[in-house]
Design a protein around this ligand. Structure first.
Ligand code: FPP
Length: 253
């Protein structure tokens, strides 16, 4: 889907996606176990969810668990799943009170049954909130997503629901986990790493990137506001020339 912000020419990115990195290093710097960093990371998830909405963002996607994260030590994976359960139980009331819709992207059917159940309940109870959406990327990987979509698309062709003659991105993208979501306008990564790590590879085709050295537990509303200010200064051209995207002086938008 074309980005909402692109369409409406607004300085605030409608959809912000964040690669939350640096929990482990945050803990290490303090001589604490890694899980303590994740615990603090959950607090930042909470504050950032509401900070983004206050700043005018319509959709926030957080990379909470990747398909590669299963390979971490067993106790860390278990602790992350435990934190996710704790978070979902605790936030349901807040989501309802503050009208936050929850949705997920990723192979959620491979998550522990307890987490799946909480996700289903939370999504069901928040599905009618349309002003602001929090998207958790859980057991997410872009390549897995594309492979899954290709399989589903091929099945639809075999079933006669799609035509091979119409292989447009517009049609194909309906088979991605992100079906119906606008593309991210701004992708932020914390902790000083400048990579995309299999996150929204296709959807981020025209996204602006902001990399910050801050570790995720230290990321605040002011830092989000700074990333949004940086976004506002950038000129998004979508393959056009600067003259084409910049309205002539005096023109109204
Ligand atoms: C990266 O830190 C972060 C993760 C692997 C997962 C992010 C998870 C959370 C913020 C908590 C759980 C989320 C929710 C929504 C309840 P890292 O461990 O890679 O840090 P490092 O690179 O410093 O080791």
């Amino acid at each position: 889907m074309p980005s909402y912000a692109a369409h409406h020419k607004t300085a605030v990115p409608a959809h912000v996606a964040i690669i939350m990195d640096g929990n482990g290093r945050w803990a290490k710097q303090r001589g604490l176990p890694r899980i303590e960093g994740h615990r603090r990371g959950v607090e930042t998830v909470r504050t950032t969810t509401f900070a983004a909405r206050d700043l005018g963002v319509k959709m926030l996607t957080l990379y909470a668990f990747s398909v590669e994260n299963w390979k971490r030590p067993q106790d860390e994976v278990g602790a992350l799943m435990g934190l996710l359960e704790y978070y979902l139980k605790k936030e349901l009331e807040t989501f309802i009170r503050d009208r936050v819709q929850l949705r997920t992207i990723g192979r959620t059917d491979e998550l522990p049954a307890g987490v799946q159940k909480l996700l289903r309940t939370t999504m069901e109870e928040t599905r009618h909130f349309t002003d602001y959406t929090l998207v958790l990327a859980l057991n997410y990987g872009s390549r897995t997503e594309i492979a899954d979509a290709a399989r589903a698309y091929a099945a639809a062709v075999v079933a006669g629901r799609e035509q091979l003659t119409d292989g447009s991105w517009d049609r194909f993208s309906r088979y991605l986990y992100t079906a119906g979501m606008p593309d991210p306008d701004l992708i932020i990564r914390t902790s000083g790493e400048s990579r995309i790590s299999n996150f929204l590879l296709m959807q981020g085709a025209y996204a602006e990137f902001v990399f910050t050295p801050l570790l995720w537990p230290d990321f605040t509303k002011a830092d989000l506001a700074a990333a949004i200010a940086e976004f506002a200064k950038r000129e998004r051209r979508y393959g056009l020339t600067s003259e084409q995207v910049k309205p002539a002086p005096g023109a109204t938008q």
